[in-house]
Ligand binder design. Structure first.
Ligand SMILES: [Zn+2]
Length: 154
């Protein structure tokens, strides 16, 4: 996975580029959701319950189907008339996340995009996980320039 800051900055630029205002915070939540779901689950099993080696159990939370179901259930925290845009924005963020993830080379875990229909692993492999850190200054600069021009627009 690229780091969460890279995921967030890409989502921020996406939101700015698409001029999305309504429920944009849910795109930001969606873009960190896959890693948070898996990491918090694994961490809580490891630290709180002292159960190790169950990473595979939470792996579906980082697949398109797992994300789809999670976003679907999350919409029930919102009133009925908001559920469709909430779902769309959460899914948009989550798919931005998964898209960035499949661009990287994986050391150990790879992505089962077609789970549960196939156990075929998939990655495009353009960069190593640590290399996403190199994008942060560039992305942050672009975001800062975008914010500056938003505030000083004529
Ligand atoms: Zn990820």
């Amino acid at each position: 996975m690229p780091d969460l800051l890279t995921h967030f900055l890409i989502a921020f630029l996406f939101v700015k580029l698409r001029k999305i205002e309504r429920y944009k915070s849910l795109i930001y939540l969606g873009t960190v959701l896959p890693d948070i779901l898996v990491r918090l689950s694994v961490l809580s099993m490891d630290v709180i319950l002292k159960i190790r080696g169950l990473n595979w159990f939470f792996m579906p939370l980082h697949t398109p189907l797992g994300i789809l179901l999670t976003c679907f259930f999350a919409t029930y925290f919102f009133e009925e008339r908001s559920r469709k845009p909430v779902f769309i924005n959460l899914m948009t963020g989550a798919f931005l996340h998964l898209f960035l993830d499949i661009l990287q080379i994986h050391w150990v875990t790879e992505y089962y995009l077609f789970y549960p229909f196939s156990w075929e692993k998939f990655e495009i492999g353009l960069f190593w996980p640590h290399q996403s850190i190199y994008f942060i200054p560039v992305l942050a600069l672009i975001a800062a320039v975008t914010i500056f021009f938003d505030k000083h627009a004529l």
